[in-house]
Design a protein around this ligand. Structure first.
Ligand code: NOJ
Length: 528
């Protein structure tokens, strides 16, 4: 039984903004901070509680901001530091929290720390990054692979050593075994918290520490062609080292120096390892991101099973969370189809744990096809043609039916979906049966029904492709029944009243005995 939560990151809904693609205010075709400020009223009407911004810091943009050259500035593409302060003030004025992306695993190769580090072997910053001698034959120190293809080691002619980069060679990894590096990043965290930010989403937190002995990774016996090349090896020695958890606990202590802040970790690991990032006695991340729904087979059995496994894996007192989309994975409306996107919304907003919603999913934005000459994503450029590109889920927010969907007066940096004339926020806000209206209603119900936030999760047996569960709190029970198939289904539920259906067309209907579900329909029933 969950205990009553009192903090905002437990009760609230988090909304991820990819700043390049949300709203442009100066006509350069790229979203910016002033654009976000102008759209805060939309976010308030949507009902979300916190905004997580993907990186806004000065960057050569080799990986669109995940290659930082100054941790405490704002890239001119997005605006100025004053614009950032204005955003924090305006968001707080609307009752919205601001969560920043912290990218501590690596910097840009243009960051002054790396420029110094590579300048000579005896530079004081040499040990801020991971330098290693070649093997006797001159080859890379280990077989570790970059997540963006190829070796993760880059040879530096000038100093005769390799440096390690888990992502692009333009993103050298910092050496988190070096206390000076840790302290420098902790100072960055304090800097932003003093500026009023409410927490951090920490990029690839499970990567921070690498094997001290630099052992080769074992090959992956289950690797199949068509998967990302780095999956040919199991990243046993390059990620998720035991010492990482000490670092996460240290970060948490920094966050705890300030009131009411949140620490979220980006972690792609199986549940048994994922939950370790809550830390011993919950001294780690408040929310290790749970990405299971991003790759789950879309059927009731598989999803029911993964919810049960997650619930069972959670340490005592750990607060769960669920993510349906992000800037690295295909859009949910394309993964599961438009009809099921509504069911997915009801799932996300009724499960036990903090929901994180990706911008545009609330209006059913789809994965946009990107022609080869439009590709921006370095991942797709390095490993082309097998569907790994992330541009398709990063296309501009579709605000209205006007030119470029109201995103920009210039040329958008990525193409818009051709469907924006009808699939846009303005049109869908005016339609009481739209997916946007469904999201508004679901978020509102979550705010007003403590059982959806604090209630326990109780699976309910259901025949066919129906996922059903109860959320129970303080004598109140709400039943959620999600039909994951296109055909009709039926479920015995007892007596109750329908609170919400995914078609927004059954509110107030009495149920007695059998609950009939149309294909692709989800229903919430207040049980009597
Ligand atoms: C994870 C981020 O979500 C992704 O967009 C980025 O490319 C890598 N980390 C490298 O920072």
């Amino acid at each position: 039984m969950a205990t009553a939560a009192t903090v905002w990151w437990q009760a609230g809904t988090i909304y991820q903004i990819y700043p390049r693609s949300f709203q442009d205010s100066n006509g350069d075709g790229i979203g910016d901070l002033a654009g976000i400020v102008g759209r805060l009223p939309y976010l308030r009407r949507l009902g979300i509680d916190a905004i997580w911004l993907s990186p806004i810091f000065p960057s050569p943009m080799a990986d669109f901001g995940y290659d930082i050259s100054d941790y405490i500035g704002v890239d001119p593409i997005f605006g100025t530091s004053a614009d950032f302060d204005a955003l924090v003030a305006a968001a707080h004025g609307h009752g919205l929290k601001i969560i920043l992306d912290l990218v501590p695993n690596h910097t840009s190769d243009q960051h002054p720390w790396f420029v110094e580090s590579r300048s000579s072997r005896d530079n004081p910053k040499r040990d801020w990054y991971i330098w290693h001698d070649p093997k006797p034959d001159g080859s890379a120190p280990t077989n570790w692979m970059s997540e963006f293809g190829g070796s993760s080691w880059q040879y530096d002619e000038a100093t005769g050593q390799y440096y390690y980069h888990a992502f692009l060679d333009k993103q050298p990894d910092l050496n988190w075994r070096n206390p000076a590096v840790r302290n420098a990043i902790y100072e960055v965290m304090r800097f932003w918290m003093r500026r009023g930010v409410d927490g951090f989403r920490v990029d690839v937190i499970w990567h921070l520490i690498k094997d001290e002995e630099f052992r080769d990774n074992p090959t992956n016996p289950n690797f199949t062609a068509g998967r990302p090349p780095h999956e040919a090896f199991l990243p046993l020695y390059s990620t998720d080292r035991p010492e990482t958890l000490d670092v996460v606990a240290e970060m948490r202590r920094v966050v705890d120096e300030f009131d009411d802040r949140v620490l979220i970790g980006e972690i792609y690991l199986p549940f048994d390892r994922l939950v370790a990032y809550y830390g011993s006695d919950l001294s780690g991340a408040h929310l290790p991101f749970n990405f299971a729904l991003l790759s789950a087979p879309w059927n009731a059995f598989a999803i029911g099973e993964l919810i049960a496994r997650y619930e069972a894996a959670l340490p005592l007192g750990a607060w769960p969370n669920w993510v349906l989309g992000n800037h690295d994975r295909p859009r949910v409306a394309s993964r599961v189809g438009m009809a099921q996107a509504r069911v997915a919304a009801m799932l996300l907003l009724t499960l036990r744990g903090t929901p994180t919603l990706y911008y545009g999913d609330e209006i059913g934005m789809k994965q946009v096809p990107i022609a080869p000459d439009q590709v921006q994503d370095p991942f797709e450029k390095n490993v082309p043609g097998i569907g790994l590109g992330r541009d398709g889920c990063r296309t501009p927010m579709q605000w209205g039916a006007t030119e470029h969907a109201g995103f920009t007066t210039g040329e958008p940096w990525l193409p818009l979906d051709t469907d924006y004339h009808h699939q846009n926020a303005a049109a869908l806000a005016a339609d009481p049966h739209s997916i946007l209206s469904l999201y508004v209603k679901l978020i509102e119900l979550r705010k007003h029904m403590p059982e959806l936030v604090f209630g326990g999760y109780e699976p309910v047996d259901a025949a066919g492709d129906v996922l059903a569960y109860r959320r129970v709190y303080d004598g109140q029970t709400v039943l959620i029944a999600l039909n994951l198939s296109g055909g009709p289904a039926s479920l015995h539920v007892g007596a109750g009243e329908i609170l919400l259906a995914t078609g927004l067309d059954r509110h107030g209907e009495n149920v007695s005995g059998a609950l009939e579900l149309a294909g692709n329909e989800g229903v919430m029933v207040r049980l009597r």
